[in-house]
Design a protein around this ligand. Sequence first.
Ligand code: NDP
Ligand code: PYC
Length: 335
Amino acid sequence: MKTDLNELRQLCQAILARHGFLVEHQHSITETLLTAQQDDCHSHGVWRLLGVLDTWRQGKLAADVLPYISHEAGAVVKIDARMGPAPTAFALGLPKLMACARRFGVGILAINHCVHFSALWVEIEQLTRAGLVALNMTPSHAWVAPAGSTKPLLGTNPIGFGFPRANADEPYVFDFATSASARGEIQLRQRAGQPLEAGWAIDAQGQPTLDATAALAGAMLTFGGHKGSALATMVELLAGPLIGDLSSQESMAFADGTATLPYGGEIIIAIDPAFLLGDEADAHLARAEALLDQFNPAGARLPSQRRFQARQRNREQGGVVVDESVLAELRALLD
Ligand code: NDP
Ligand code: PYC
């Protein structure tokens, strides 16, 4: 169903205000989810607000505290979200991260103790817009079996990457879960009564399944077998212990049997190409352009191309597409 963007914005903000979320959280959560919705990323669009509210209701998300800068040294900035939503912590750290990248060539932002529920590209694009190369990752809950096992141990652990492009309208961006699908996609298929794709999950007995409910009770699988498994493990290490935060298994233990959103850390790395390349930046970045320019003529699409097209289409048509049942559930939160 096409919905007016501003009406949707007001609805999300009103829901958050009604439940006691600070204005900073109302704004950061709403804009993050709307940004995804505008690109037809339904698994990390406004549907997520239902999970945010549920997590808050179960005492696993703090709505009434703000993040603070807990550590700043050299190229490293750490933000403590204090069990608040990741987008507010990211907004606080972003100017510091950019300043580090400009000053040292590279900056590292570590967000601790946050509740994470968003698409990583939303953050990546804020860095590429400033001409920076960006990489981010976060663990989640232990829903995913490592290759060779049927026991969930890893998170869906997304990796986002962006490279700015001077000669194109949009940056090069990819962002994917290291599981074969995001958990959100399985949950949306469960809502819609649709089957999963082969290779996404196994049931509680360790057998392959296309049934969303059986998959959610069983284990998700990594993409690309042992390769996705290793990348997911890298995310656990870099955005867990390395920044003093939880693994997906520990996040699951923190949830204590509730079906709440993941809690833990996120690492965001920004690199300034101008710092690295100096006078030679234009020449080398032109070589990057020459590589990326060959994808479409070769019959391939670039990652995020579908999103950028959806963004354009939704802008032209003046609205965003939202599932009617999701809208109804959101509106009910104001009753
Ligand atoms: P998808 O598999 O849908 O897409 C992954 C990436 O591949 C996208 O950049 C996509 O671009 C691109 N892509 C898809 N098909 C092609 C193709 N044929 N050729 C080239 N590129 C292609 O993503 P996931 O389901 O793995 O993840 C969805 C979202 O879930 C992500 O935004 C992720 O950040 C989020 N997530 C968040 C978590 C959290 O803890 N916060 C946990 C797990 C996932 P396009 O979008 O244009 O299709
Ligand atoms: O879709 O796997 C997922 C997810 C976890 C947290 C936010 N999204």
